[in-house]
Design a protein around this ligand. Structure first.
Ligand code: NAD
Length: 508
């Protein structure tokens, strides 16, 4: 097991807020506990920050904005050049920390850091996304031009499942656009955020530009209601995301809300069998199914239904154990609550469908208290069953059977979520139909987890995303900026100066 002593930085056992470049203990006396999921050892106690301290943090971010917005864009970008270098250089340390507090395998933790690093890297080319628009001589002596201006103080509310990647979707994009930021990490994985912020400080980003506030739902409500917060970036469950979208919008804020998922994969019988089965196993069970882009539902069309026994055999080969063991495929679920939910939904699947592989309660030598669930396969699932309608967020493959391709497409589109979907086929026309007809934000063709690189954006749909502009890429810049449009008139010196007119200006 990794202990804090194996990780270079010394973290305190109680999370602190980060305010104006200082780590400050909160006076809050209500705590959340973050536990190592393989052992139940308490990694951290996380305070519920009182409202008065929260207000102080926002006022620091507001005051800092007055200076930060005037820091030249190329200077902001140079900080990001340094920051991406530091994140990259510290990947291993960050990955160990993620495995320690989140539980995922080291290889997955490295991927978590890398996908976040790529977003930081992309901010160094934001000068092109931030370009404005101009039109000259619209009327006599009149030019009009639009700039993208920062919004002010922006806030982020992060989930537990990507402790590095998702905070890195948020503050680097926002501050490069000229905003200051208040981040509320997940109460379950805040230590990784601390290290990300330490590295930001090392990169030279001035004090007060990024601030951290700890807490749970109360802090989220403060964020939604505070008049000086202009925009909220949220990633997490629908319960939280729908609340934040409504409450934040009611208080006049922009909100981008990335929420739950039930990602389907259609398998046509002409697909490359070996590639498809391997991809399904990796994308369903990888990260113990705790990825918002995990393929949790497999729809087998026609003769592809004969591949079920091989899927089950492949699932059986995966090794369950603690994330720091490099031979392990399936690490523990992040929390005891998650374990309860996953076991309850497997039970319902066993009742309503056909349980082909039961991963409940595996024995993991030396770790009797971990949140263990091994690969589980439930066949003959149908919409309307509890295990299908609810997000499981665990290592569970649900198999639905369809006689025709159209039937499979209808199943996918009738699902309320629309985060991602994939198809495996050798047919170009079937793939093209899929890309046009499927109502999901991210489409994979012979590719199971199509998370876009940051020159694109992360594009959920239906109940998986509420908002107008997505995270990162061009859409991320739009979310974090507002247009300011200037119309100017410079008359020729010889022209008659302005005459008084009360008519609506028509710019002739
Ligand atoms: P969560 O909603 O429980 O927590 C996310 C954040 O919201 C945390 O910071 C938490 O403190 C806060 N929160 C929790 N309950 C709240 C409430 N009732 N009101 C206000 N705030 C609340 O989510 P999680 O368990 O940390 O993450 C897993 C979920 O995130 C899954 O549903 C997964 O699909 C989703 N997710 C979505 C994406 C995406 O891009 N669509 C990416 C990653 C995770």
């Amino acid at each position: 097991m990794l202990s804090h002593s194996m990780i270079r930085r010394n973290f305190s056992t109680v999370s602190k807020n980060y305010v104006n470049g200082q780590w400050v203990s909160s006076k809050g006396d209500v705590f959340f506990e973050s536990k190592n999921p393989a052992t139940q050892e308490v990694v951290r106690r996380v305070p519920q920050t009182p409202k008065s301290e929260f207000d102080e943090i926002v006022s620091v971010a507001k005051n800092t904005f007055e200076e930060w917005k005037n820091v030249p864009l190329m200077t902001r970008i140079r900080y990001m050049f340094e920051y991406q270098r530091l994140v990259n250089e510290n990947t291993e340390e960050l990955a160990k920390l993620i495995t320690h507090e989140h539980g995922k395998t080291l290889v997955d933790s490295r991927g978590d850091v890398f996908r976040g690093f790529e977003v930081v890297e992309s901010t160094t080319s934001f000068s092109s996304h931030l370009l404005g628009e101009t039109l000259e001589n619209l009327a006599s002596g009149v030019d009009t031009y639009s700039y993208r201006h920062p919004l002010g103080v922006c806030a982020g509310v992060a989930p537990f499942n990507f402790p590095a990647m998702i905070p890195l979707w948020m503050f680097p994009v926002s501050i490069t656009c000229g905003n200051t930021f208040v981040l509320k990490p997940s109460e379950r994985v805040g230590t990784t955020t601390e290290m990300l912020v330490d590295l930001l400080e090392k990169s030279g980003v001035p004090k007060g530009v990024v601030n951290i506030v700890n807490g749970g739902k109360d802090t989220v409500t403060h964020i939604c209601q505070h008049p000086d917060i202009k925009a909220i970036s949220f990633v997490g469950s629908n319960t939280a995301g729908e609340y934040i979208y409504k409450e934040g919008s009611k208080h006049g804020k922009r909100v981008q809300s990335n929420m739950g998922a039930k990602n389907h994969c259609i398998v046509l019988p002409d697909a490359d069998k070996e590639d498809t089965l391997n991809a399904l196993i990796g994308a369903t069970f990888g990260s113990t199914g705790q990825r918002c882009m995990a393929l949790s539902v497999t729809v087998l069309v026609g003769e592809a239904q004969e591949w079920v026994p091989e899927l089950v055999e492949l699932g059986k080969k995966l090794k369950v154990g603690p994330g720091h063991d490099e031979t392990v495929d399936i690490a523990p679920l992040n929390s005891a609550e998650a374990l309860d939910r996953v076991e309850r939904l497997i039970e319902s699947g066993a009742r309503d469908g056909t349980l082909l592989l039961d991963g409940r309660r595996p024995t993991v030598e030396g770790y009797p208290d971990g949140n263990w669930v091994g690969p589980t396969v439930i066949d003959n699932v149908k919409p309307g069953m509890e295990c299908y309608d609810e997000e499981i967020f665990g290592p569970v493959m649900l198999i639905l059977r369809a006689d025709t391709y159209q039937e499979a497409i209808d199943i996918v589109n009738q699902n309320k979520y629309g985060n991602g979907a994939a198809i495996f086929t050798r047919s170009g026309s079937a793939a093209r139909k899929f890309q046009r007809d499927i109502e999901a934000g991210q489409i994979g063709i012979n590719l199971p987890i199509p998370v876009p690189l940051p020159m694109f954006s992360f594009t959920g749909n239906k109940a998986s995303f509420w908002g107008q502009n997505n995270f990162y890429g061009k859409a991320g810049v739009k979310f974090n900026t507002q247009w300011k449009t200037i119309t100017s008139r410079w008359r020729e010196e010889s022209e008659e100066v302005y005459k008084v007119s009360t008519a609506m200006p028509t710019m002739k």
